[in-house]
Design a protein around this ligand. Structure first.
Ligand SMILES: Cc1cc2nc3c(=O)[nH]c(=O)nc-3n(C[C@H](O)[C@H](O)[C@H](O)COP(=O)(O)O)c2cc1C
Length: 211
C-alpha cells in the first residue's frame, strides 16, 4: 500500500468487534512505535499494553464514552518527562511531540494490518496514573484502543490546502518568468508549485500547465 493510501485509510475507529489482536500483529505495531524518531533520539516513552479484563475496566473508567468498552485492548502511550529533550533557547520540553509521533506510528501500523485505532486524549490522566501506579515522571498522554473495526470510515473533513499552506518564496520566481497559468475551473492565477487552486480549492492536474 502506498503511504498516501495508508494515510487516507486510517480513521478514528469508535466501534470494535470482540476479536482479539494477534500477538504477531501487536509486536509489529509496537516495533513501529519503537522505531519512531524522537528529539536527540532520547526516546522518552513507555507503552503500556492493556489486555486483561481488569486492565480494560481501569482504562474505560478514565474515559466516559460507551464505545471505548468495545475495544479488546489498549496501548497507553506515556511520556517520560525527565528523559525528554529540552530546547535551550526557550526551555521547551519536546516529550509531547515525541509521543505524538510514536502514537501515530502505532495508528498507521495498525491500519496497514487492517486493524483500527483512535487517538484518545480526553481521558482522566490523573486517575489513569493512579490506577496503573505510574511514577510521577511518567505521564499517560494518549490512550490508543486497538482492535478489529466494527464501523466504517466517514469522508474526511479537512481544511483546504490553501488555508494551511503558505509559500513565501517561489511565487515571486514564477512571476519573474512571466509564467501565469489559470485554473481550468475558476480562472484564477495558479503557479507551478500549486497542487490545489488557491481560489476554488480544485485539485490541479498537470495539464493545467502548457509545458
Ligand atoms: C491529539 C488528539 C486527541 C484526540 N482525542 C480524542 C478523544 O479523546 N476522543 C475521540 O473520540 N477522538 C479523539 N481524537 C480523534 C480526532 O477526533 C480525529 O482524529 C479527528 O476528528 C479526525 O478524524 P479521523 O481520525 O477519523 O480522520 C483525537 C485526535 C488527536 C490527534
Amino acid at each position: 500500500m502506498k503511504f498516501s493510501e495508508l494515510v487516507e485509510k486510517r480513521y478514528s475507529v469508535r466501534s470494535y468487534t470482540e476479536e482479539a489482536v494477534d500477538d504477531s500483529q501487536l509486536n509489529e505495531i509496537l516495533e513501529c512505535a519503537r522505531l519512531a524518531p524522537s528529539a536527540v533520539n532520547l526516546q522518552p516513552w513507555k507503552f503500556i499494553v492493556v489486555r486483561s479484563e481488569e486492565g480494560r475496566k481501569k482504562v474505560c473508567s478514565t474515559y466516559k464514552r460507551d464505545w471505548i468498552q468495545t475495544a479488546p485492548m489498549f496501548i497507553i502511550c506515556c511520556v517520560c518527562h525527565d528523559e525528554a529533550w529540552v530546547r535551550k533557547y526557550d526551555q521547551k520540553e519536546h516529550g509531547n511531540i515525541d509521543i505524538a509521533i510514536a502514537a501515530e506510528h502505532i495508528c498507521l501500523a495498525a491500519t496497514e494490518q487492517g486493524l483500527g485505532t483512535c487517538w484518545v486524549c480526553n481521558f482522566d490522566a490523573v486517575k489513569c496514573s493512579e490506577l496503573f501506579n505510574l511514577p510521577s515522571n511518567i505521564e499517560p498522554a494518549v490512550i490508543i484502543p486497538l482492535g478489529h473495526p466494527a464501523d466504517e470510515a466517514k469522508p474526511k473533513t479537512r481544511k483546504a490546502m490553501n488555508e494551511i499552506v503558505e509559500y513565501v518564496d517561489d511565487v515571486k520566481e514564477d512571476k519573474k518568468c512571466g509564467q501565469v497559468y489559470h485554473c481550468n475551473d475558476c480562472g484564477a492565477d495558479i503557479y507551478k508549485h500549486m497542487v490545489f487552486c488557491d481560489k476554488c480549492g480544485k485539485k490541479l492536474d498537470h495539464f493545467d500547465f502548457e509545458d
